[in-house]
Design a protein around this ligand. Structure first.
Ligand code: PMP
Ligand code: GLN
Length: 401
């Protein structure tokens, strides 16, 4: 193994999925839907595959199929409050993973510091270290006790956050709605982060793959790129997999100023060069229809969250009934729950407690969930040890619990 990869060998999705299969467990760990995409999206991929125009089956333009980048520009222009140039301000990648990889690799120099808010989507850390960067962690901390709490109760400490920024800070990786907590950051919280980015000349990578999934009238997804002075220093990342409930399609995008997008493009052109053309074509067709449905009851971009809301509430109810303390998320499709009231005799090993509990659950209850210490630095793992993460987009779940 190449030296720069040492320390990144373990992967929580590979490990838990393997264990779930080995024990024939219901997998409420890894996040993906167990139902079909909306009909028009299924039709889009059928149409793309059946298209007799040969160009739909050949390499696309490296930074994105023209039809797709134009559609993304049209979709996001109102949300970003500015005209997005489809040819220079959009990059299409293989999944949001591909987008994150190209952005981080394209921007981070060895020795640069990168601020990561905990709990974080696990790949941020290895992507930063492989680029030679130094991750600097700052945790969200629960501010309330109770049988049922909210993801909004988890907050950054302002002084602690500010103390992480210095002249070596290159990037902050920001994720709202957050995975695994489901926290949707407020305007006030984002303003604090944006002010620090501007003060210390830091770029913000904003991972917004769950942008369409927020719950309730009072919760609004805000794009940090729309805050004053932030467009020029932000790359916003999205995912077709999350938007259309097709995680296997692996299509993601980055939007931002041409100067930053170009850094990611330089990585992309020598990595996968382009994303699969029929998938780009299908996503373009799907999004075109969605644009025409904005504001109507047919809009999948709003109806998915409406469908998820009762599933979220049902899971919180079921978990509370089992003696756990759910942290009800404002967004995304995951829920953390404190299981420490459940009395189980766990083996005494060096592994974090949540890992031991998850192993026990998989083997004895045939239920796979994710141990959240995978989303923390060594220093802050204790903050996640009493929790497990459930995915509530899966329909089968209701029957299993
Ligand atoms: N960011 C977050 C926060 C995620 O949860 C995921 C995975 N679901 C990704 C990025 C990667 O998305 P994709 O499947 O499009 O690569
Ligand atoms: N993002 C998904 C999750 O958090 C899964 C990612 C993966 O399987 N690699 O569950």
């Amino acid at each position: 193994l190449a030296k720069r990869l040492v320390g990144t060998e373990k992967n929580i999705w590979v490990d838990i999925s393997k264990m779930a299969v080995a024990h024939n467990a219901t997998n409420l760990g890894q996040g993906f839907p167990d139902f079909m995409a909306p009909d028009h999206v299924v039709q889009s991929i059928k149409d793309a595959v059946a298209d007799t125009n040969p160009s739909v089956h050949q390499y696309a333009r490296s930074s994105g199929l023209p039809r797709l980048v134009q559609t993304l520009s049209k979709l996001y222009t109102p949300h970003l409050g500015r005209a997005v140039d489809p040819m220079t301000e959009v990059l299409v990648s293989v999944g949001a993973y591909g987008a994150l990889y190209c952005c981080i690799q394209g921007l981070v120099n060895p020795g640069d510091e990168v601020i990561i808010i905990e709990p974080f989507f696990d790949c941020y850390q290895p992507m930063v270290t492989v680029a030679g960067g130094i991750p600097v962690f700052v945790p969200l901390r629960p501010t309330k006790e109770g049988e049922v709490t909210s993801s909004a109760d988890w907050k950054l400490d302002s002084a602690e956050l500010a103390s992480k920024f210095n002249s070596k800070t290159k990037l902050i990786i920001f994720n709202t709605p957050n995975n695994p907590l489901g926290k949707v950051f407020s305007l006030e919280e984002m303003t604090e982060i944006a002010d620090l980015c501007k003060k210390h000349d830091v770029v913000c990578i904003s991972d917004e793959v769950y942008e369409w999934m927020t719950y309730g009238e009072n919760v609004k997804h805000i794009k940090i790129a729309t805050l004053p002075g932030m467009w020029d220093r932000t790359i916003t990342i999205g995912s077709a997999g999350k938007t259309f409930s097709v995680t296997g399609w692996k299509l993601g995008w980055s939007l931002g100023p041409a100067s930053l997008i170009n850094c990611a493009q330089v990585v992309h052109q020598n990595c996968t060069y382009t994303a699969p053309t029929p998938i780009q074509e299908a996503v373009a067709r799907g999004l075109e229809l969605e644009i025409s449905r904005v504001g109507t009851p047919e809009s999948y971009l709003t109806s998915l969250a409406q469908e998820l809301l009762p599933k979220r509430d049902n899971l919180a109810h079921v978990l509370a009934g089992l003696g756990m303390k759910p942290v009800v998320p404002d967004g995304g499709y995951f829920m953390m729950a404190d299981y420490s009231n459940i009395d189980v005799d766990l083996p005494d090993t060096d592994e974090a407690k949540d890992f031991r509990f998850v192993e026990w659950l998989i083997k004895n209850k045939k239920l796979a969930v994710i141990p959240p210490t995978a989303f923390y630095s060594a220093e802050h793992k204790h903050l996640g040890e009493n929790y497990i993460r459930f995915c509530f987009i899966k329909v089968r779940m209701v029957n299993h619990l």
